[in-house]
Design a protein around this ligand. Sequence first.
Ligand code: FES
Length: 172
Amino acid sequence: MHAAGNWLAIVFFTRSFLQRGRLHQKRGKRGRGKLSALAGLAVLSAAGYLGGHLAYVEGVGVDRTAFEPRLEEWTDVAAEEAVPDGGHRVAQAGGTEILLYRHSGRLGAMSNRCSHAGWSLADGKIEAGCATCPGHGSVFSLEDGQVMAGPAASPQPCFEVRVRQGRVEVRS
Ligand code: FES
């Protein structure tokens, strides 16, 4: 939609340029040319707003986890037995989807939203110490969220994990 809006704006401005040219001025089309320019400006503004939203709110082309809120406090997310060795599950904490996993007996947690384009890592493969995104195949280390294989360019945010009275707690 963002790209289509930009192309449409180009069409409007080109049309305006042609309508405001010398030949068309004689035919009284200058007013139409101004209207085309105004339409182009409106479409360009809408496309620009959408582009800003995509980059600065959704993190598209940047890092889809860039604007997830930090968990400053330890936050209860699941019962310890809900994450068996070799298993994983998705939990919610502070508006963020967290991927909880237990690998070789170690509990870990990272953002469930793939940094590349936002697919759910829980829907991919969680095995051999790595999480493979079902979207485009990026592979992240379960140890520290580092990118083992692209196209993702940014690591997955990982969380500190602790167990208190049978409950799993996480924080950023
Ligand atoms: S969304 Fe995960 S690799 Fe593209």
